[in-house]
Design a protein around this ligand. Structure first.
Ligand SMILES: [Fe+2]
Ligand SMILES: [Fe+2]
Ligand SMILES: [Fe+2]
Length: 325
């Protein structure tokens, strides 16, 4: 371990956000071709230039501090999450999957910049903190642009698969929700063990209990709807292409990255339930609409409480490395 000073950590966090931007670039460039809905296409198109500028600004700051951009490798800390365009392309409801994963990725970026600004603050590096805060605002805005178009994403997705089997589609959305909750369970079970700080661990374990209940509610809706038993297995297979758990192998002991990653994952769930509730509405399934609404409240609350612990997470990460700020 050599990165023991706060300055070295700032450079390291800058290198991480730079890697995240590099991985974002080919994806935001590819996304407009897959998004179908005009407002979504426009949102992605606007973000191409923003992402290019973010990558450049981060690289310049990195160089000013004597660091150099690292070659992007999957172990850079983002796990396999960035492959969202590839994943979306492989799914029958491409526009919806694309916007869900992009929404999650924007929150991964938002978290990374908020964590960077926390580290920079501790190191009295005002320039880096200002840069991180400015880019964080751009990522938040992009996420909001995506979130303003759930309806369009659902329409485009249903058109892509043929709209006449709404009930079957809704079962698929429920199956997908179940598979994502299963991954959330895996992640949170691990996070509880390596959270790095008692407040963080409390946030993880609280949401672990909620997650079990979410999965149960989704299962109950599938049962009430008389869905075929293979719905769950099929959904798990579809999601299998993305191994979110790979992140832990690469970053087992970094509370800050873990908190940022969990925050991004909550937004993948939020995006899933936002679309699920709209499909349920169109299918006239009020019980599923209500279930999605109440789960959404808890996903949002969990995301907020994680975000509220980012500073704690930064402190825990620095302490784990023996960095005194
Ligand atoms: Fe970005
Ligand atoms: Fe972004
Ligand atoms: Fe969740």
């Amino acid at each position: 371990m050599t990165d023991r000073t706060i300055q070295e950590q700032i450079v390291k966090y800058l290198g991480d956000v730079h890697a995240i931007e590099q991985q974002a670039l080919p994806q935001v460039r590819a996304a407009p071709k897959l998004a179908v809905d005009p407002a979504l296409v426009d949102a992605f198109e606007r973000h191409i230039g923003e992402t290019e500028s973010q990558e450049r600004r981060v690289r310049e700051r990195l160089e000013e501090l004597g660091g150099s951009p690292s070659k992007v490798k999957d172990a850079a800390g983002t796990g396999s999450a960035p492959a969202f365009v590839l994943f979306a392309r492989s799914q029958p409801d491409t526009p919806g999957k694309l916007v869900a994963h992009a929404y999650s990725y924007e929150h991964l970026e938002l978290a990374a910049y908020e964590l960077l600004s926390g580290v920079a603050d501790r190191g009295n590096d005002g320039d880096t903190a200002t840069l991180a805060t400015a880019i964080a605002a751009e990522e938040r805005e992009m996420a909001e642009r995506l979130a303003a178009n759930w309806e369009g994403a659902v329409t485009a997705s249903l058109e892509a698969v043929g709209r006449d089997d709404l009930d079957e589609q809704l079962n698929k959305y429920l199956g997908d929700a179940h598979a994502i909750e299963a991954q959330a369970l895996q992640m949170l079970e691990k996070a509880v063990k390596v959270g790095g700080d008692s407040q963080l661990v409390e946030a993880y374990s609280e949401h672990l209990e909620e997650t079990k209940a979410h999965q149960g509610r989704v299962e109950a809706r599938l049962e009430a709807r008389g869905a075929k038993p293979n719905v769950l297995k099929d959904a798990a297979m579809r999601l299998g292409a993305i191994n979110w758990g790979a992140f832990f192998a690469a970053q087992p002991d970094n509370p800050a990255k873990l908190a940022g990653f969990a925050f991004a994952f909550e937004h993948l769930e939020i995006a899933g339930y936002e679309q699920l509730r709209r499909v349920a509405e169109r299918a006239g399934d009020e019980d599923t609409v209500r279930a999605a609404d109440s789960i959404l409240l808890e996903e949002r609350a969990a995301a907020e409480s994680l975000q509220g612990e980012f500073d704690t997470a930064v402190r825990a990460s620095l302490e784990a490395l023996g960095v005194v700020a």
